[in-house]
Design a protein. Structure first.
Lengths: 158, 158
């Protein structure tokens, strides 16, 4: 079930994250030129940068670096999921790329809140554990991960 | 203990990865301009893009997006650790950013092979599990993760 936040990112706090809710956080595409440019700098493997070799490879053409898919998904997470007064993210668990990302696919970010608990040592914040999934236009998951995020509490005294 | 590969990346196979060995895979820096450019596109949080706000924040200035640190580390992994005839990477476990990355720090990638096992279903390949760590110039870990990589076997018949 898709839910909508009751608050915009600039006024979003720990209390606004509903455990079990899935928030649809927008869509993006990666063009072949963008894929090649990103990978040429950060992940210059054949399948990401060489059109001819990629065409004869297992994916039939260029596919995106998994780090590019994540970076683009992160942008939607910052714009539409995380609070704008955010704190550090301690880490990510279970990052997976079950399917390749081809150029110009329509990719949509789903964020499902799996856990939300107040910090015992720091009452002004809480920890949100989320399942992030990027789905292609066929509804297939192309990337998933479970980030941890520290988020400020609106009413620390409660 | 730092080890050196017996083969260059273009001639590297599953058999070349020694369990327990730590390979030092090179160093990099991220300039403040690069940090801001990457984060403006992919991770536009205040601490990564706004010099003035970042200066008054908990880190005393701009820090790199964790995704930028990973992307730059991935480049060294492709250049110096993975074989150039590589296969897909199924995923990453336990991604952590224990310390911030400030502009112009000298960051060095260490790759420690934790597990190497042949595939039972596909005898031409094996799975390598690695602890990747990015250390700053003080020897402190600023990022760590445990990637899984499928790697071709040199002699599948053995």
């Amino acid at each position: 079930m898709s839910e909508v936040f009751s608050t915009p990112p600039q006024d979003r706090f720990f209390e606004d994250y509903v455990v079990g809710a899935t928030y649809v956080c927008g869509s993006f595409k990666l063009s072949e030129d963008e894929i090649i440019a990103f990978a040429s700098r950060y992940d210059p493997q054949m399948m990401h940068i060489d059109r001819d070799l990629a065409a004869s490879g297992p994916f039939g053409g260029i596919i995106a670096s998994g780090w590019h898919t994540i970076a683009a998904a992160m942008r939607l997470m910052v714009d539409n999921f995380l609070p704008h007064n955010g704190l550090a993210a301690p880490g990510i668990d279970e990052l997976r790329w079950p399917r390749p990302v081809h150029p110009d696919e329509v990719l949509t970010l789903h964020a499902t809140v799996q856990e939300a608990r107040r910090s015992r040592s720091k009452p002004d914040r809480g920890l949100i554990r989320t399942l992030l999934e990027v789905l292609n236009q066929n509804g297939e998951v192309v990337m998933s991960m479970k980030p941890l995020n520290m988020v400020r509490v609106r009413n620390p005294e409660i």
